[in-house]
Write a protein that binds this ligand. Structure first.
Ligand SMILES: Cc1cc2nc3c(=O)[nH]c(=O)nc-3n(C[C@H](O)[C@H](O)[C@H](O)COP(=O)(O)OP(=O)(O)OC[C@H]3O[C@@H](n4cnc5c(N)ncnc54)[C@H](O)[C@@H]3O)c2cc1C
Length: 303
């Protein structure tokens, strides 16, 4: 594949199992890593001209790629990863900093940056893996907060290569979702954080990490919660109530520790995870009358 004027890295036939936290997924035709926003525009214009399908890959921590892989180009914005303070101001409630982060920056790195600079507001993100771009797309969060709460603006690049700055109200943040128009790439964001005492922020992060360790399965690949929590009851509780904790398909297993996690116990395949998801969906609907919706994004083709 030749992309005129593209300066970034291009890998052909790249196994996506290397780029998902599930460690599952067949190859994509190409994985492209643009060097900066202009390079991304060059890439998108080329793909539009050639009518080639593409998908934006963040940290792959909320993603299930089918075993046959993805026919088209996966775009990683890992090079767009700058984090810096954009500006500071005083207002009711204290001193605030607006922090700029590239979409490819790790959310855990942004949290560490906030802690190191004595900035509070991002503690809810403790233990959430993935990138800043993925976090916006999924409105990542916990009961303690979500990224939509602290966003000031998000820069998008359209499939035609046009850049736009979008305020929080344009992004329609709701539970684990945001309105990102099809094919648009998030290239960077601005979040508003408040100055506070570093030791206090550090303690809160430690507290939240300790709490997470108690409920979250550690050590085995997963994609976090597989299903969204319905209005009235946690998805994990519903799955546990219908007796599916520990159920396996191939080497995929509904976690013994948290029933809304599916773990890869070795060489699990996407078809195993999908088989478990089908069993869960059917059983919870039949026994409890609740239709669970996937939280994870599923892409690609069967092998
Ligand atoms: C152990 C574990 C614990 C987790 N705990 C939580 C939790 O507590 N709360 C929570 O909300 N989530 C949790 N998750 C899920 C996941 O980490 C989040 O959804 C995360 O925000 C996804 O980010 P990502 O970069 O990995 O996105 P990916 O999985 O790579 O992609 C997710 C979606 O975002 C899109 N996307 C990614 N980057 C961009 C971009 N730059 N522009 C446009 N679209 C983009 C992708 O196309 C895809 O549709 C957990 C996952 C794991 C493995």
């Amino acid at each position: 594949m030749n992309i005129p004027d593209f300066r970034g890295e291009l890998k052909l036939n790249e196994p996506l199992s290397k780029h998902t936290s599930f460690s599952i997924g067949g190859p994509c035709d190409a994985l492209a890593a643009p060097l900066d926003r202009d390079d991304l525009v060059t890439l998108l214009k080329h793909l539009a001209g050639e009518r080639l399908p593409y998908f934006i890959l963040g940290g792959g921590t909320n993603l299930l790629v089918r075993d046959g892989g993805f026919r088209g180009v996966m775009i990683t914005l890992e090079r767009l990863n700058e984090i810096r303070i954009d500006r500071e101001y005083r207002s009711v409630g204290g001193a605030f900093a607006v922090v700029h982060a590239g979409a490819g920056a790790g959310l855990p790195r942004l949290l560490t940056y906030a802690v190191d600079h004595g900035l509070t507001g991002l503690e809810f993100a403790t233990g959430i893996p993935g990138t800043v771009g993925g976090a916006i797309c999924m409105n990542a969060g916990t009961a303690d907060g979500e990224i939509g709460d602290i966003v000031e603006s998000v820069t998008l690049v359209s499939p035609a290569g046009e850049t736009s700055a979008n305020g929080k109200e344009q992004l329609g943040f709701r539970y684990r979702t945001a309105k990102i128009p099809d094919g648009h790439c998030i290239t960077d964001i601005k979040v508003v954080l408040r100055r506070s005492e570093k030791a206090r922020i550090k303690n809160r992060v430690k507290e939240l990490m300790d709490k997470r360790k108690q409920f979250q399965p550690a050590g085995l690949p997963s994609a976090g919660s597989v299903f969204k929590n319905p209005q009235d009851e946690a998805a994990g509780k519903l799955i546990e109530a219908v007796g599916l904790k520990g159920r396996t398909a191939g080497n995929a297993q509904i976690s013994e520790k948290h029933a809304n996690f599916i773990v890869n116990r070795g060489d699990a395949r996407a078809k195993d995870v999908l088989a478990l998801m089908k069993i869960v969906t059917e059983k919870v609907l039949e026994a409890r009358g609740v239709r669970l919706e996937p939280e994870i994004t599923i892409i690609g083709e069967d092998s």
